[in-house]
Design a protein around this ligand. Structure first.
Ligand SMILES: C[S@@+](CC[C@H](N)C(=O)[O-])C[C@H]1O[C@@H](n2cnc3c(N)ncnc32)[C@H](O)[C@@H]1O
Length: 240
């Protein structure tokens, strides 16, 4: 691990902050306090890629207060709208809300798929924790923001473990993954997605469902961490 000082420009205010420790080259995850700071930087970096039109759609306003770009909690408060896209709704996850779940459920080398990866933040968090993380996003414009954020985070998030794909996640083979992540209501194809999860989730593989409205049929809850619930296929492994 190495500690570096890092200068980050933010809209409206440029300032320096002590930066973060990247994951060890062998994929060992950073310590919790380090991770909290890293999660802050990931969210601020993703936010900094948003063009004005996207910010307006998410906040309902022409501009945000100057302190918002450097404070993920204020960003979440400012996002009062969802951005309706072709295949679903875009709004980003608060990584602070899902950190416990990811720290507990992610291990180095584990293969994660973010179902509709938006600006890529969940992929970056999982990669930082040592996972081999893939995000699939249908919207080209969001996919490009994620690519931009990955570049800006290159000193923190190992690019070789943060795969970003443009396309339809329903075309992915879910059985290749150990962990699926889905932020509730992100897709209009939820029925098809849950069907595919029930058919393809391997025994031992898990679904992390953030802000779930109800437990998905045919899956069994194994753990809960705040807004995130963890599901597996039932013991028999049989698809319902
Ligand atoms: C609620 S956002 C979540 C973004 C990200 N996972 C996060 O938690 O910050 C859901 C995203 O899924 C995308 N999406 C919906 N259906 C999709 C599909 N079938 N294939 C790929 N992306 C999809 C949407 O465009 C949207 O960006």
């Amino acid at each position: 691990m190495s500690i570096r000082f890092h200068a980050a420009p933010f809209a409206g205010a440029a300032f320096f902050f002590v930066a973060l420790v990247s994951a060890a080259p062998d994929g060992r995850p950073p310590a919790h306090a380090t991770l909290v700071a890293a999660v802050r930087r990931i969210q601020n970096t993703c936010f900094a890629t948003y063009p004005p039109a996207l910010l307006k759609r998410l906040t309902g306003k022409e501009a945000v207060a100057v302190e918002v770009p450097s404070d993920p909690a204020l960003q979440m408060k400012a996002f009062v709208e969802v951005d309706r896209r072709e295949k679903g709704l875009f709004y980003p996850t608060s990584l602070d809300d899902v950190l416990d779940a990811f720290e507990s459920e992610t291990r180095p080398g584990l293969r994660l798929l973010d179902l509709g990866s938006g600006d890529g933040r969940v992929v970056f968090l999982a990669a930082l924790l040592g996972a081999d993380a893939t995000g699939v996003e249908w919207e080209e414009s969001l996919h490009r923001l994620a690519l931009e954020a990955r570049e800006r985070l290159a000193d923190l998030v190992p690019k070789k473990r943060a795969h970003l794909k443009a396309g339809d996640f329903l075309r992915e083979d879910f059985s290749k993954y150990d962990l699926l992540f889905y932020f509730e209501s992100g897709t209009f194809d939820a029925a098809a997605m849950f069907d595919k999860i029930r058919r393809e989730l391997r025994p031992g593989a898990r679904l992390l469902l953030a802000h779930g409205i109800r437990p998905p049929d045919g899956l069994e809850e194994t753990a809960a961490y705040g807004v995130v619930r963890v599901y597996v296929r039932p013991e028999s492994g049989a698809a319902p």
